[in-house]
Ligand binder design. Structure first.
Ligand SMILES: [Zn+2]
Length: 75
């Protein structure tokens, strides 16, 4: 079992990264080039419209290598 303190810490972290992801998304959608924090390749936006049909419904931002792979809800 996770104790309460750890859980609170975890929630704080995921909130922060959610805010980070929103920021990233805004930048990418605005047409800015945002490099992946890991491989420095530019991130690109994927929407269900332009995602591969062999892929299941997928939207988010990711880099070529896939080290950044953020799923987003567009609904
Ligand atoms: Zn990457």
């Amino acid at each position: 079992m996770i104790d309460i303190k750890q859980l609170a810490e975890l929630q704080k972290k995921s909130k922060n990264s959610f805010a980070e992801q929103r920021k990233l998304l805004k930048k990418v959608m605005a047409g800015n080039v945002v490099p992946c924090s890991v491989c420095k390749q530019p991130l690109f936006l994927i929407t269900p419209q332009n995602s591969n049909k062999s892929n299941h419904e997928y939207s988010g931002i990711r880099c070529k290598k896939g080290c950044t792979d953020i799923l987003l809800d567009f609904v």
